[in-house]
Design a binder for this molecule. Structure first.
Ligand code: PYR
Length: 616
């Protein structure tokens, strides 16, 4: 038996699952060199992709490509790894084939060595374009089987050993170099891991790489069982960012396997030192911590992925459903069964979560949903799912429900990408270059193709405030108090000492003059005030239970308005959309009426339950 290989997920999944993906490049990139020196025999650093791509531009005002470049530079001797959502790229919806190919090509050129490719419904048809692109770029293609349900309990779950073996063979035939087992919710029990991996080792010829989450608290047992059964590589997170919804604990797993025939041979002292760094960093992200303090066996009931669990709890809280969490969890499980027992991982997990929240908040029961005569406003994501926009689930859609959701509309039956026309990349480049006022290179074009609005907002914010990524994390998130001093590295060996002295009141143009010392010299600067007078008004809250008062379901930013004052609307019409929790959420009218008051405009910050629209 050979040593077990480890992937460290701290730079990607750990903070995605624990801290709402908010870890800044500032904190990620400066530790890369310590990995390079102390843990050169790690298999890989998972440091890119998944939700980190859009969050870095959207909420952190930084360029994800620059993060990748710096990790690559800091740890040139360790493979870098990213998570790619198949034809959904690093987004939430299928992209045209040439966009997917272009994105993979840039990611390969930008420094990604290992591409972990999955499809949110385990549909290999929807993975081929991206897998082929990875193989063509001469990079390592890890084709992924998403694990869900309970393989040991066929009464509860339709995903059995036969299903997984057949899927693994399909991925092997599709050209995968490595087989990934992605247990995104942490549902794989030790006995299942033992049986699955032992069987796969006999049935396929690929190395096997296990990814799991410690939500239940039992993930280490699963990893150890997998190792006994001959798994080749496993994922873990640095101690300080491990456990609960994140990956199991690297240092402890390494210690557990020391002096066995599968000893991973990683330096325990280096792990402790690097973890000590992450421990200090984590304290600066307090605002994004969830209140989950320990293991949660309830994950076997609802099967929520690690990244969604705490997020959905937060969403439930902002909808006023905090005390009814158990109902949300049970409804999530019920929705999964109603929808045909599906794989739940970004973005299919959002479909189930949206439906569960919609049902609990509006008091809709499963009987209501399944009653063909009862009219229900289904969330957009649910309509898209039944329309085949994400692809085809194993075993197909439950037909009766599909008919009801689509109201006679026809569903796609082929790969969504096969209906999408290739985009003219150079025309897109010309368009965005003109919009931002400078030429856009291939990397940034790839950002734009994934997220047009997020990318263009990111460019505008950079233009307005400069490279805020050089700011230390507490200053970036929480601002400065008068007298606070900052050390800012602008390039190697060049550090600025900035002391904040105060600010004048915001002027009528929404700008603010700030006073500070720069290396001891007094300076001033006038910048747009992010908390412009108009944006910080305390808004009225919507009256609960009055369908004419449309409130915000969660805190966020208004991204679009779909109606005008005086316009008449029907129940179910979209009124506006909110950007929050990684996603755009459409707000619908719950009743017919006329827009009497529109209390928001695009760009407005809003808090949960703020009154957005009043109908009459
Ligand atoms: C993602 O797609 O972001 C996951 O972590 C599954």
């Amino acid at each position: 038996q050979k040593r077990v290989l480890f992937t460290d997920t701290t730079m990607r999944d750990a903070h995605q699952s624990l801290l709402a993906t908010r870890m800044r490049s500032f904190d990620i990139t400066r530790i890369a060199q310590a990995y390079s020196r102390g843990l050169p025999n790690l298999f890989s650093l998972e440091c890119w992709g998944g939700a980190t791509f859009d969050v870095s531009m959207r909420f952190l005002n930084e360029d994800p490509w620059e993060r990748l470049r710096q990790v690559r530079e800091g740890a040139p001797n360790i493979l870098t790894q990213m998570l790619l959502r198949g034809s959904n790229g690093v987004g939430y919806t299928n992209y045209p084939d040439n966009v997917v190919k272009f994105f993979v090509k840039q990611a390969a050129a930008g420094g990604v060595d290992v591409f972990r490719v999955f499809d949110c419904l385990n549909w290999v048809e929807n993975m081929r374009v991206s897998m082929d692109a990875v193989i063509e770029a001469n990079k390592v293609c890890e084709g992924v089987v998403c694990y869900t349900g309970d393989m040991l309990d066929p009464d509860r779950s339709k995903y059995d050993l036969k299903y997984y073996v057949a899927l693994a063979k399909e991925l092997e035939a599709a050209g995968a170099h490595v087989l990934g087992l992605k247990d995104m919710a942490g549902l794989m029990k030790p006995a299942a891991a033992r049986k699955l991996i032992a069987t796969l080792k006999e049935e396929i010829g690929l190395p096997i790489h296990l990814h799991t989450h410690d939500t239940s608290g039992a993930a280490a047992a699963t990893v150890l069982a997998a190792v006994d059964a001959g798994v080749d590589a496993v994922d873990a997170a640095m101690d300080a960012l491990s456990g609960t919804t994140s990956q199991p604990t690297l240092g402890s797993l390494v210690a557990a396997m020391a002096d066995t025939d599968r000893d991973p041979g990683l330096d325990a002292k280096a792990i402790r030192q690097i973890s000590f760094y992450w421990e200090a960093v984590r304290t600066q992200y307090r605002a994004f911590e969830s209140d989950l303090k320990g293991g949660a066996s309830e994950v076997y009931l609802h099967e929520m992925p690690g990244g969604q669990f705490t997020n959905l709890k937060e969403q439930a809280r902002s909808l006023g459903l905090e005390t009814r969490w158990h109902e949300v969890a049970q409804t999530y499980a019920d929705v999964n069964q109603m929808f045909g027992d599906i794989v739940k991982v970004t973005p299919s997990s959002k479909v189930v979560g949206d439906m569960a929240l919609a049902m609990v908040s509006a008091g809709i029961t499963r009987t209501d949903v399944e009653n063909p005569d009862k009219d229900i406003a289904f969330p957009d994501s649910v309509v898209g799912f039944f329309a085949g926009d994400l692809g085809q689930p194993p075993g197909g859609f439950p037909e009766k429900l599909q008919e009801k959701v689509l109201k006679g509309k026809k569903a796609l039956t082929e790969r969504p990408g096969s209906y999408l026309k290739d985009v003219d990349l150079e025309a897109e480049r010309a368009k965005i270059s003109e919009e931002v006022g400078h030429p856009v290179d291939d990397y940034r074009l790839a950002s734009y193709l994934m997220y047009p609005k997020v990318y263009s907002d990111f460019e505008k914010t950079q233009e307005m405030y400069g490279p805020t990524e050089v700011l230390p994390t507490p200053a970036y998130f929480y601002g400065l108090q008068e007298g606070d001093e900052l050390l800012v590295d602008i390039e190697k060996g060049k550090t600025l000492v900035v002391t904040y002295q105060g600010r004048a009141p915001t002027n009528e143009k929404g700008e603010v003059r700030c006073f500070f010392d720069l290396n001891g010299q007094p300076r001033t600067i006038t910048v747009p005030d992010r908390l412009k007078a108009g944006d910080v008004v305390v808004r009225a809250k919507a009256v609960a239970g009055d369908p004419k008062q449309v409130g915000a379901p969660m805190p966020g930013v208004i991204s679009t308005l779909a109606v005008k004052q005086g316009q008449s609307v029907k129940s179910g019409d979209v009124l506006c959309s909110i950007e929050a929790m990684k996603m755009e959420t459409a707000i619908h009218a719950e009743t017919d009426g006329t827009v009497a008051e529109l209390l928001i405009k695009p760009g407005d910050q809003i808090d949960a339950k703020d009154l957005l629209v009043r109908l009459e």
